[in-house]
Design a binder for this molecule. Sequence first.
Ligand code: T46
Length: 147
Amino acid sequence: MCSVNLLQPDPMGSVSLLQLDPMGDDRGSLIALETSKNVPFNIKRVYYIYDTRTDIARGFHAHQHLQQLVICLKGACRFITDDGSEKQEHWLDSPEQGLFLSGLLWREMHDFSADCVLLILTDQLYDPNDYVRDYEQFLSMAKQRNA
Ligand code: T46
């Protein structure tokens, strides 16, 4: 497995899709997630989202100083990110890809399949104060950081 540099949260907010290489054999596939091997931050917290509803979207907030790797282990969902000037949309449907989110980014999750399971690794413990839940407030923070 190759190595990745450890990163700090991007103050401006950035998104990239990381390829996760499976170690497969005739018994099936296995992917290991390791700090600095294929995860570019120190993993402090892991959570997963499941039992989602196809008609209910989630997220609708930004984080100020957080790095996350979002992996769709099963099923699919549409993941929207917004750095205040550009919106991106990723259809997450493979356990072999991780969406790496860093810094100030608005996020929304839509169109969950009934069997969707999202695994999320982060570099921080849960901190409700890191959340920005008001979109106008997020836009003005993003504008300040880009000034
Ligand atoms: C994110 C997207 C992708 C905790 O107590 N600890 C935790 O670590 C988390 C993540 C949540 N919670 C509580 C807070 C709420 O009472 O669990 C409840 C559901 O969390 P929330 O409404 O924030 O869930 P989502 O799906 O809207 O957002 C979550 C993450 O919170 C967020 O960081 O980036 O998934």
